[in-house]
Structures are given as C-alpha cells and as structure tokens.
Design a protein around this ligand. Structure first.
Ligand SMILES: Cc1ncc(COP(=O)(O)O)c(C=O)c1O
Length: 445
C-alpha cells in the first residue's frame, strides 16, 4: 500500500489539532507559576520523598472538641445538619463568629447582616473580589503575597498592582518587621481606577505584623480614594513576643469600607475543614453573600456546625490558659525559636518571623558550598530547592512563587520558605537532616 503523504495528513488534521489544543489551554489568569516547573517539583517529590515544609498545614490533629462536634453533627437526628445551609452561612456559626469578633472589635456585629461564611478564607476572598470588581478595576497587593491573590484578582477581571515589602538588611539579625513598604510608592499606586487594597496581616510569607503607623497610613489612603480594604487576618491568633495584632476595622471611619477575612482552618489547625468567614458592613457583606450563593451555594453544614461549637468554646475560654488558640500560639512561638536556630546553624540567614505559620530564610550565603546546576531562565531559588530535594531530602517553597517577576530585582530568589506548624518530631527530623548536610559540607572543605 502506498504511504499516505505526510503533508496531506498534516493538512487534513491541522484544523482539528489546532482547535483541540487552544480549547484545552489554561487561561493565562491562572498561569503565574510555570506549570511545567510545578509538575517537575511534584515528580521530584514523588521520587525523592523529601521531608516537606512546603504547604502551610499542620501535621497534627485539630482539638478534640472540633473533631467530636463534627462526628456528632454527622450522625445527628437533626436532618438540617446534613442538608444545604443558607448561602449566607449556618445560623449557629454566623452567631458564633459574630459574638466572638464583636468582643475583639468592641462593636456589635449582627450575625444576619455583618457576617458571611465561605469555603475557607480563600473562597471568601475570591467571593469578595468577584462581588466588587468590574473589568479593569485595580487592587493593590503587598508583595510578596499569598500566591492565590494574583490569579483570583485576574479571574475577577481586576488588575493587581504590587507594592513591595523589602528588607534593607540582608545579613545578621533580620526580623519580619524589617520588611517595609515605601509610603510614597504606596500613595502613588492609588488612582481613580483603584477599587481596593488587600492587606494580609499577620503576613504570609514573611511573618510581618503591620504596625499602627503602617495601618493608619493605609487607612487614610483608602479613605482618600474611597477604596475598599480586604483584610486577610487568617493568622491573627499567632503573634509572637510583644507583637500585637491590630484590627484595621477598628480604626476611625474604617469599618464602613473594610471586609475582614478569617479562617476556621487556621484558627483550629484544621485546614481540611475548609471553613472561612468574612465580616464587615452590611452592604459589602450582602454582595459577597450573593456571589457565594452562586459559586458554592453553601459551605458544608456539618462542618460549619463543628466550627461553631469550637468557636463558642473559645469564646468562653478567651484569654484563659485553657484557650486552644492561646496554647497553639505559645507552642508555635517555641517552634519559631527552634526553626530560627536550626536554620541559622545550618548556615542560612533566617528572618525572625514575628507571627504565623512560616519562616523565610536566605540561602544564598551557602551558594559556594555546593554545585548548583542552575537552568539559565529560572530563578535561582528554584534551582536551590531542586538541589535541596535531591541532596538533603528536604522540601521548602522557593520564594519566587510569592512574587510577580516584574516588580523587583530578584530579591526573592535569595529566600526559601519553611512551614513551622509541624510536630516537634518533624522539626527534629529536619534538624537531623540539616546537621547531616552540614557535616558533609565540612568534610569536603
Ligand atoms: C494569607 C492567607 N490567606 C488565606 C489563606 C487561605 O485560608 P483557608 O485555608 O481558610 O482558605 C491562606 C492559606 O494558606 C493564607 O496563607
């Protein structure tokens, strides 16, 4: 049989091939992180099975009260606990959130008007952005940032505008409060297209806690430009040392324009429960309720019930030694101290995180101590993380993932981010792996 001419075959199939490929392509809104690189890391992790400090979740269980409340809700005779909740939230959880945060804000939140429940803080932020963004609206974001902010702003047809948080110190004792923004630069980002600003305090990934002066400056700009503030406070109960968490919604004239977001997952070490909330003025919250109704209908009812029970208990124990969030805070602070020490001992320059789940560390102090095979077109932290997986059996996140490449001169690639919210046993394992690596290095010298 005569072979089918190749050129003819291409011509016949070309329209189909092109059509199929372009229709399958992921929209560029979600393409910030190079998907090929991410897949490569997944493969590397599967092959080398490193100890993982990449994603921000605990490797221990939530408090028993939460687990038991979920079990009770699931087998309850009350059928309503196993059916859709209202799209604004399950009444018991709305009430618990309103009561707990009313105390912290020193203002009464109405559970039916000022609170909405979402599928995690992430979905709450997604809903807020969808509800308030018209094509081309600008949102100001502090950079580095929780890596979902960029794609979800773009998915709402908004335009992210970045304001860098930069530390002028690169050696010696660096703390998260050394990461500052230039006030004039921030002021110059506000304009008539600015819809709002997203403030994440305590901050992921640096551990920075925004201070009074910084928040007051942001508040004045938001008022001047009539902008909304989204306050992402998912790490609000994890402040270390003397750091005090200040709530922007309590600043004069700010409640009316601030939507504050919290996370049941982060509050109770139960990130898989996927319960978050937002509170704020009635009109803004109403918009979010509508959007959330269209997007997810409601967060899972039995899990909302369980989180409500845990918040009620926390409300009773707040400020007392029995408080779960206070116990978690104290324990996490000790873990922060331990992580700071072992990363320093390993030869890195960690940033003393004053809050939260994470600690970032400058690794390039050690760059001459091993062969780093760097691919020419990728940030150096990716090459280092690849090297770390293969040679030390440890995974941490390259900090470039928390930036957009056009904003600064690759400061980010000198850092990697470790999750600290792990069992002591896991932290001990990390210590041993880092020590082993260090002794191998000193043998070579
Ligand atoms: C700053 C920040 N905001 C929001 C979230 C999402 O929280 P949730 O798990 O409740 O969706 C995270 C999760 O890591 C985060 O770091």
């Amino acid at each position: 049989m005569r072979p089918f001419p190749v050129s003819l075959a291409i011509l016949i199939h070309l329209p189909i091939v092109i059509g199929t490929l372009s229709s399958k392509r992921l929209t560029s809104n979600f393409n910030k992180n190079d998907p090929v690189l991410l897949l490569e890391f997944q493969d590397l992790k599967a092959k080398h099975n490193p100890l993982s400090f990449g994603m921000g979740y605990p490797d221990f269980n939530p408090p028993k009260i939460l687990q038991k409340a979920l079990a009770r809700a699931a087998v309850s005779d009350d059928y309503e606990l196993n059916q859709y909740a209202s799209s604004r939230g399950h009444p018991r959880l709305l009430k618990a959130v309103a009561a707990f945060f009313s105390k912290l804000l020193n203002r009464t939140l109405n559970p039916d008007e000022n609170v909405v429940i979402a599928v995690g803080a992430q979905e709450a932020i997604h809903g807020i952005l969808q509800a308030h963004t018209t094509t081309g609206d600008e949102w100001i974001v502090f950079s580095p940032y929780f890596s979902y902010f960029d794609p979800i702003i773009k998915a709402a047809y908004g335009v992210p505008k970045y304001i860098p948080l930069v530390s002028s110190k690169t050696t010696g004792n660096i703390t998260s409060s050394d990461f500052k923004f230039d006030k004039k630069d921030l002021a110059s980002l506000f304009n008539h297209k600015t819809k709002g600003i997203l403030v994440n305090t305590p901050h992921n990934p640096t551990g920075k806690v925004f201070d009074y002066e910084e928040l007051a400056y942001i508040a004045n700009l938001a008022k001047k430009w009539d902008s909304i503030v989204i306050l992402d406070e998912v790490y609000q109960f994890l402040n270390y040392g003397n750091q005090q968490h200040l709530r922007l919604a309590t600043f004069p004239g700010m409640f009316e324009r601030t939507i504050t977001v919290g996370s049941g997952g982060k509050m109770f070490s139960a990130t898989g429960y996927r319960i978050g909330w937002a509170y704020g003025p009635k009109d803004l919250i109403n918009n979010v309720k509508l959007v959330n109704g269209f997007a997810v209908m409601s967060a899972p009812t039995p899990i909302q019930e369980a989180v409500a029970v845990a918040i009620e208990e926390e409300d009773d124990n707040y400020g007392k030694p029995e408080s779960y969030i206070e116990q978690l805070r104290r324990e996490s602070e000790k873990k922060r101290n331990f992580m700071y020490k072992i990363l320093s001992d390993a030869g890195m320059t960690p940033v003393f995180a004053e809050s939260g789940y994470f600690i970032i560390a400058r690794w390039n102090t050690m760059v001459n101590t091993f062969q780093l095979h760097r691919k020419s077109d990728e940030p150096a932290d990716y090459s280092f993380v690849r090297w770390l997986i293969k040679n030390v059996s440890v995974f941490a996140n390259p900090l470039s993932r928390f930036y957009t490449s056009d904003i600064d001169s690759h400061v980010e690639e000198h850092y990697i981010r470790f999750t600290m919210i792990k069992k002591w046993e896991t932290l001990g394992q990390l210590d041993r792996l880092l020590k082993k690596w260090k002794s191998r290095r000193s043998l070579k010298q």
